[in-house]
Design a protein around this ligand. Structure first.
Ligand code: NAD
Ligand code: MG
Length: 390
């Protein structure tokens, strides 16, 4: 049977790569709905290419432009507008699979809507899980949704773990990190890093926010938290290993001393294809790993003194409650300020640390309360960013 797919964040890096994989298998997959925030021209192209039944933009004016454009082009795609439309499409009864590829906490509500509607949810939007943690995993359990990780590390761990229900003695999870573009920079060099340098990742082609997160190692921090929730392990069961080649995408260590690794070229279409087709396998379009061309594989420990974000994330996870929501909110504001030239690179960990120290982070019983904490943490972070400039 054809799988009908909704892509949240269709115009982004993950969204576009998802459409690439889907287009390779018209016999298996069909695009049901596509959503984005403002880039209506790109979404228009995607609607025309896929014949999507629905499209939605959070920006009302952009949605109007999309609607007019598609009508003139003779397309049948129905265009919706506003943030609620995204949740509506994520939960639509005619969709089977939802690819959650919005960046940031903006993805919380639509991703949770997909989970609550018991969809097959392919999760790239790690921030949604970092922000809502236990609430998110409870919703998965309660609804019976199928949650499959697209983040390459978590997809790798997912592939290396035993089948569900098998007590196979997993000892540790080994989360690999490329180390980002500044892995070898001194503390002094890090002070002078520019946004243009930070968005240029050596191995992966990604959106601007995750590229900066990779450069600060906050991406690994968010992934650390993501792994705790996805795989139900405690922070002390996860090691982060820097592996600059991004060939080993992560590993699982077992009680008998075995370590299983998932490998491949750094191409997100592999985990996307894995998530779409699991437990089967389909062609992804990714280049194959050629061992004769590999110069070597290196592994080293991360340096948390030059890259404090990783330790901040680990501490927030250990603190629990909404500390990880505060961490994420402060980081989103700090990264946006850095990209806009309003904050220096090392200001990112500083603002996150100060926000965590000043913002009360209670445990939360519902999503509304978490989003309230998110809003308060953003306000505080923005004040701290302004003060830092004065
Ligand atoms: P991107 O910036 O390229 O794309 C983001 C998408 O989200 C766009 O379609 C945009 O329209 C949409 N969006 C942005 N703000 C929105 C809002 N307020 N409301 C609704 N939609 C909004 O980002 P990306 O690199 O594709 O990353 C997407 C997610 O996947 C992130 O959470 C990232 O951490 C995760 N991820 C990305 C990669 C990668 O290789 N790019 C790898 C692993 C995980
Ligand atoms: Mg990743």
């Amino acid at each position: 049977m054809i799988q009908r797919i909704t892509v949240l964040g269709a115009t982004g890096s993950i969204g576009q790569q998802t459409l690439d994989v889907v287009a390779r298998h018209p016999d298996r997959y069909e695009i049901f709905a596509l959503t984005a925030s403002t880039r209506w021209e790109r979404l228009a192209e995607q609607c025309l290419a896929t014949g999507a039944r629905f499209a939605a933009l959070t920006d009302e004016q952009a949605a109007e432009k999309l609607r007019n454009h598609l009508r003139d082009a003779g397309s049948d795609t129905e265009v919706l507008a506003g943030a609620d439309a995204l949740s509506q499409l994520a939960a639509h009864e005619q969709a089977d699979t939802v690819v959650a590829a919005i960046v940031g906490a903006a993805g919380v509500r639509p991703t949770l809507a997909a989970v609550r509607a018991a969809k097959r949810v392919l999760l790239a939007n790690k921030e949604a899980l970092v922000v809502t943690g236990a609430l998110f995993m409870d919703a998965v359990r309660d609804s019976g949704a199928t949650l499959l990780p697209l983040d390459s590390e978590h997809n790798a761990i997912f592939q290396c773990l035993p089948q569900e229900g098998v007590n196979a003695g997993v000892e540790r999870l080994l989360l690999t990190a490329s180390g980002g573009p500044f892995r070898e920079f001194t503390a002094e060099q890090l002070q002078a890093v520019t946004p243009a340098q930070a968005v240029k990742h050596p191995n992966w082609d990604m959106g601007p926010k995750i590229s900066v997160d990779s450069a600060t190692l906050m991406n690994k921090g968010l992934e650390f938290i993501e792994a705790c929730w996805l795989f139900g392990v405690s922070p002390n069961q996860i090691d982060v290993v820097v592996h600059p080649q991004s060939v080993v995408h992560s590993m699982v260590a077992y009680r008998d001393g075995s370590v299983l690794a998932q490998m491949g070229t750094p191409d997100m279409r592999t985990p996307i294809a894995c998530g779409l087709s699991w437990p089967e396998r389909v062609e992804s379009g990714a280049q194959r790993l050629d061992f004769s061309q590999l110069a070597g594989l290196n592994f080293e420990l991360p340096d948390t003194s030059r890259f404090p974000c990783l330790a901040l994330a680990r501490n927030a996870m250990e603190t629990g409650g909404t500390a990880t929501a505060v961490l994420n909110a402060a980081n989103e504001e700090a990264v946006a300020a850095f990209l806009a030239g309003r904050l220096d690179f090392m200001g990112i960990p500083a603002v996150v640390e100060q926000t965590l120290a000043k913002q009360h982070a209670p445990g939360c019983v519902d999503v509304e309360a978490v989003m309230d904490i998110d809003r308060q943490a953003r306000e505080l972070a923005c004040r701290l960013i302004k003060e830092r400039r004065c």
